[in-house]
Design a protein around this ligand. Structure first.
Ligand SMILES: C[S@@+](CC[C@H](N)C(=O)[O-])C[C@H]1O[C@@H](n2cnc3c(N)ncnc32)[C@H](O)[C@@H]1O
Length: 391
């Protein structure tokens, strides 16, 4: 994507222009016309994927070349093109047009310049718009995977390394210390999603107090992100698992919509737990669907009871809710002999664990106190499915 101003190559070097076009892998757009040029000025330019080699003359030539080149070169190309046209018209202005019989030089000069001036105006406008376009992405929401650090993707690591400012939990900071060395890592901002989009003044009592506290912290966080982005820093928010599966940072995508944030998908604890179970979650004798759900928060209409009527596989993200309560709700529609598995610390080589039972037995096998924050409940016939009948 190189632009050569007209002075860079002269009329004596058309072959050079063509070679550059070829070397740049350009789609050749060659035009030669001197219909409108008072004194033909050979120009050679290679812009983006398009090469223009020859004398640019008629308004149509200018327009076609400008449009195609700018289109091919993106925002930077449009900006360069704006500068080029400014340069071109300056040269054009200094070239005295040949006088034709019976016409004053002024009128002739002006009428000849008018189309080019119009194009220059348009090109400069395009360049201004191009420069006003937001720069490359500066805000990332990154899923770093569950469990051990080697479950993070290469993309997550790359973004981590290139970021200037990072928001993370203590656990994530420790886990990726090697990649975060020397970076500004802020750990004080976590769980800022509750009450997002709600005016704390519309709430009462303890709830209002809590909403005000979180609102103040959230505003602080938002201001820090925006300041960093204004300073042209790359900001990365790191989240466990996949950030869009019960992710506490998903609200940021709405808050910073204008910054066009990029999401780096992560391996979810759901994926790691499937691996721990060594079963195809979508394969069983009579069902093929998997429902990811959680506890029945107030206001949610898709309750566990309603979701379980088809006895599809269900995976519950527990988030500190009562284990017994989940099982009680599951027992409403699944028969007591339905297999259940509890997967703890999925993705950690040294502490991953699976407890298997049935809906009828599991509460005797598992006590709430023995469960960490990181555990998932699986229920469904896929847990006992065998491809070979009778085994
Ligand atoms: C706020 S959600 C975050 C889920 C995350 N976005 C993901 O994709 O794994 C937290 C819940 O995910 C589950 N979880 C997270 N990490 C886990 C792990 N390593 N093993 C088992 N469950 C996990 C637990 O149910 C936990 O309460």
């Amino acid at each position: 994507m190189t632009f050569f101003p007209p002075t860079a190559l002269t009329a004596a070097q058309p072959a050079v222009g063509q070679r550059l076009a070829n070397e740049s892998g350009a789609v050749g757009l060659c035009h030669r016309s001197d219909r409108m040029t008072p004194r033909p000025t050979p120009t050679h330019a290679v812009t983006g994927r398009f090469a223009d080699v020859g004398v640019w003359g008629s308004p149509f030539d200018l327009f076609a070349t400008a449009t195609l080149s700018a289109w091919a070169s993106g925002a930077c190309g449009r900006a360069r093109l704006g500068l080029f046209w400014a340069y071109y018209v300056c040269r054009f202005r200094n070239t005295p047009p040949r006088l034709q019989k019976g016409r004053s030089m002024n009128i002739l000069g002006f009428s000849r310049r008018l189309p080019s001036l119009a194009f220059v105006g348009l090109a400069l406008l395009g360049a201004t718009i191009a420069l006003a376009e937001p720069a490359a992405t500066q805000l990332y929401l990154v899923g770093v995977g569950p469990g051990d650090a080697d479950l993070a993707t290469l993309r997550a690591i790359r973004v981590m390394k290139q970021a200037d400012l990072i928001f993370a939990s203590d656990g994530i900071r420790e886990k990726f210390a090697e990649h975060l060395q020397g970076k500004e890592v802020l750990v004080g901002y976590w769980r800022l999603f509750p009450f997002y989009g709600k005016d704390p003044a519309s709430l009462e009592g303890d709830e209002r107090q809590e909403a005000e506290r979180i609102d103040a912290k959230r505003k602080e966080f938002i201001a820090r992100v925006r300041k960093a982005v204004d300073e042209k820093k790359t900001v990365a928010i790191l989240d466990h698992g996949d950030p869009l599966i019960y992710g506490p940072w998903a609200w940021c995508l709405e808050e910073f919509e204008d910054l066009k944030p990029v999401v780096v998908p992560g391996v979810s604890s759901f994926n790691a737990a499937n691996a721990a179970l060594r079963r195809g979650v979508t394969t069983s004798d009579h069902t093929k669907a998997v429902i990811l759900s959680s506890t029945d928060w107030p206001g949610m209409t898709d309750t566990i009871e309603k979701l379980s009527v088809h006895r599809s596989t269900m995976v519950l993200f527990t988030m500190r809710a009562e284990f017994q309560d989940f099982i009680k709700k599951l027992r409403i529609n699944y028969p007591p002999e339905t297999p259940v598995a509890v997967v703890k610390h999925a993705g950690y080589a040294d502490k991953e664990g699976v407890i298997r039972g049935t809906l009828g037995t599991i509460t005797d096998q598992v006590s709430q106190g023995s469960l960490p924050f990181e555990y998932l409940i699986y229920v469904g016939d896929f847990l006992k499915h065998r491809h070979k009948a009778g085994k």
